[in-house]
Design a protein. Structure first.
Length: 183
């Protein structure tokens, strides 16, 4: 013992291993309100996320196509519009084209609704086909109608192009789409 009742110093080599063991076992302190900057959600199955917008579109789609069919049918078969159709030869063909494409898309969207809600594996490819076909039919319709009216609206063509540009990559690359449509 020392003369001044001071504790004896512990040799450095004896204390080093104990400190290493203590620091390796001690958890890293986190602030109380710590939240990770990025969290992976492993449950991406089911109709959620952006697929809710697809569900809304598939729900409204048949109504929009049905309205187009009724409008085109009135133009073609109502006597009030027959005089206008006679003044511009070829206009009747455009309206008939719209009637046929609206009828096709009505049936196709009803089939897509079945595939969507039964979560069929084939749904994404059929949806991609719909998006591409809508753009092509809108473009044909616009180019054809611009012969009769140079001020034909290009908005619907751009709308179909933007929809295809956004949704086609989504259906090709989405993990949620991959994990939801598995039947």
């Amino acid at each position: 013992m020392n003369a001044g009742n001071a504790p004896e110093p512990i040799p450095a080599e004896a204390s080093a291993p104990q400190e290493a063991v203590v620091s390796a076992a001690a958890p890293v302190p986190q602030p109380a309100e710590y939240t990770p900057a990025f969290r992976m959600d492993n449950d991406l199955t089911g109709i959620g996320g952006w697929l809710i917008l697809v569900a809304i579109g598939l729900g409204i789609g048949p109504l929009v196509r049905l309205f187009g069919i009724v409008t085109d049918s009135q133009l073609l078969f109502n006597g009030r519009f027959q005089a206008a159709m006679q003044l511009k030869p070829g206009l009747e063909a455009i309206v008939f084209y719209e009637l046929v494409t609206n009828s096709f898309f009505l049936v196709y969207i009803l089939m897509l609704n079945f595939l969507f809600y039964s979560k069929r594996r084939s749904f994404p490819m059929f949806m991609i086909f719909l998006l591409a076909a809508q753009f092509v039919t809108m473009l044909i319709d616009h180019l054809w109608a611009s012969r009769f009216s140079p001020s034909s609206q290009v908005f619907s063509v751009l709308q179909a192009l933007v929809a295809a540009a956004i949704w086609i990559p989504y259906f090709l690359n989405s993990i949620r789409v991959e994990q939801t449509f598995v039947n």
